[in-house]
Design a protein around this ligand. Structure first.
Ligand code: ATP
Ligand code: MG
Length: 550
């Protein structure tokens, strides 16, 4: 899409102006995840924004892992994040980058601050430091260690780096202003002692920079021109600017904040998502009920639909809550246009067509999609016994019920009109079989006697069909705001978020599908073949009913 077609969002306006005025020659953005969990729908918004801007303005976007906290980070997450970004359809510029590859430079910049009297080693305990920090309404107090000499600070910093001190015993702090109205400027911590193995740097370091010290400098090293982040970092911007002003950085990136994406009925805190996984409330990070990109992939959402959704929600300078029905609408819209049709019966009820010869079979055809000639037609075997959905038959019913009733007719989609004669029951009185008749000559035609059926139902031939399991997924939470107001989000889990149906019957072509392939099972919903190809399992991507009022 060209920049001219739609009104520019505030970031596009800024970038367009910067490029036009030469303030920036080439746009460089970045997506900077911390590898401490899988990416979720909020990250998708940030990815689409950063990579999308680079695409629109002929720039570049880096993928940089902000791996400054080895305690919570893992290679599994690094690999999952790379896969997700690529799956969404984006390519990062050059190699993947890691904050950890700048640790030497960051350390030398920490020394620079110490040498210029702008940072000091502080021995206050965490509790003492909290007390000295002050509050939103009261200024903080200077640390008793604030006036150490540059020489002493340099040697203590070196000692921290060499592992001479215990975790928590000392930190390096910037020397800014303990009475600042902005708490982020009250001598923030730059380095902590963490005797932890790191997935990239091994045991080389036992001190690690804080996110606040690392982030802006990483942007400067990479020549990021527009450093885009979520609103909660607006208050940190003065600190980032102070650091950039006081360090010999090669470039001066500018930070712009946008509103993060919050979805109702959804939790997007990585910590809570990890808890769902660790405590077994879901089947891993890629459980189709998770709002993770990996979960959506397994559920059958397409990258195009996720990108479309991110475009629909736009970019603003304020936080808001988006209705999850809007995401579902984008998914449904994409699947409606693109998913081939197929028939599936989730609760099968056998219908014996008593006037259809036992030794006869036919091959009927049905379109692959009602409006897409490019999708191949399906061949449907037909015989004396078929399965229909148990719900699609009643012994008696009022006029509103337009399905199969004794003495009434219904059309089997793309096949014959049939009329029901009798319900066969087991000892418990449950209907186990229906006896019916085909009306001759009704494939593609109305009955000659003029008695038209009121409804059309799906069916599957019993003699040649696919047998599979269907996972009926629904929203994971049944509370509109599982995350809000101090609620226990685990108590908001929808107990019916997964219903497994093991005895489903589908058109025979469904046996020959590959993992990830998606379909509309007519009258049932959108489904896709599960990514585990050892069994034939289809996951419900989404039901047919759209609840979005746009
Ligand atoms: P945490 O820092 O608590 O682990 P995070 O959600 O900030 O979680 P990051 O890996 O730091 O995770 O995020 C990477 C990028 O994605 C950041 O630039 C962040 O601003 C952006 N991002 C994260 N969550 C959202 C969201 N809900 N909406 C938009 N952008 C988001
Ligand atoms: Mg973060």
């Amino acid at each position: 899409m060209s920049v001219e077609e739609k009104p520019l969002n505030f970031l596009e306006q800024i970038i367009k102006k910067d490029l036009a005025e030469g303030a920036c020659k080439k746009l460089v953005t970045r997506f900077p995840p911390e590898p401490n969990g899988y990416l979720h729908i909020g990250h998708a918004k940030s990815i689409c924004l950063n990579f999308g801007l680079a695409e629109t303005f002929g720039g570049e976007c880096n993928l940089r892992f902000d791996d400054t906290n080895p305690a919570k980070e893992e290679m599994e997450y690094v690999e999952a994040i790379k896969k997700d970004v690529e799956w969404l359809g984006y390519r990062w510029a050059g190699e993947v980058r890691y904050a950890s590859s700048y640790f030497d430079t960051l350390y030398s910049w920490a020394q620079h601050l110490v040498e210029t009297g702008k940072a000091y080693v502080c021995d206050l305990s965490a509790d003492e430091a909290r007390e000295y920090r002050g509050t939103l309404t009261e200024p903080g107090k200077n640390s008793p260690y604030r006036e150490r000499s540059a020489a002493e600070n340099l040697s203590l910093l070196e000692g921290m780096k060499c592992g001479e001190f215990d975790e928590g015993s000392r930190v390096l702090r910037a020397k800014i202003d303990m009475s600042s109205g902005n708490i982020n400027l009250r001598d923030p911590i730059l380095y902590r002692i963490r005797k932890q193995h790191h997935h990239q740097t091994g045991d080389k370091w036992c001190i690690y920079p804080t996110y606040d010290f690392a982030h802006g400098q990483e942007d400067a090293i990479e020549g990021i021109t527009h450093s885009i982040c979520t609103l909660e970092f607006a208050d940190h911007r003065p600190l980032y600017e102070w650091l950039i002003e006081n360090l010999p950085v090669p470039a001066k990136p500018k930070q712009y904040e946008f509103g993060r994406l919050n979805l109702n009925y959804t939790v997007t805190s990585k910590r809570k998502l990890k808890q769902l996984v660790d405590e077994g409330h879901v089947d891993g990070w890629d459980d189709p009920r998770m709002p993770t990109i990996a979960g959506y992939r397994r559920r059958g959402y397409s990258p195009a639909a996720l990108r479309k959704f991110c475009e629909m929600i736009g970019v603003t300078k304020s936080d808001g809550v988006v209705d999850v029905a809007m995401l579902e609408h984008a998914i449904r819209d994409d699947l409606d246009k693109n998913a081939p049709r197929a028939m599936c019966v989730i609760n099968p009820l056998k219908v014996v067509l008593t006037n259809y010869p036992e030794d006869k079979t036919e091959r009927l055809t049905a379109p692959g999609h009602p409006n897409r000639d490019d999708l191949p037609a399906r061949e449907l075997p037909f015989g004396r016994e078929v399965y229909i959905e148990a719900d699609d038959f009643r012994e008696e019913a009022n006029k509103k019920y337009k399905r199969l009733v004794i003495g009434k007719r219904v059309r089997l989609r793309s096949a014959y009109v049939i009329e029901a004669d009798e319900a066969i029951k087991n000892a418990a009185g449950e209907i186990v079989e229906v006896r019916a008749r085909i009306i001759e000559g009704t494939v593609g035609n109305d009955p000659e006697d003029g008695v038209k059926p009121k409804g059309v139902i799906q069916w599957v031939a019993a003699h040649e069909c696919a047998n599979f399991t269907v996972n009926l997924y629904d929203r994971l939470f049944n509370d509109v705001a599982p995350d809000a107001g101090g609620k226990d989000f685990l108590s908001c889990i929808n107990p019916d978020s997964l219903v497994v149906k093991t005895n489903c019957k589908g058109e025979v072509g469904l046996s020959a599908t590959t993992p990830g392939q998606g379909f509309q099972f007519e009258r049932e919903g959108y489904f896709c073949r599960d990514l585990d190809d050892s069994k034939l399992v289809f996951n419900r991507t989404i039901s047919l009913r759209d609840t979005f009022v746009g």
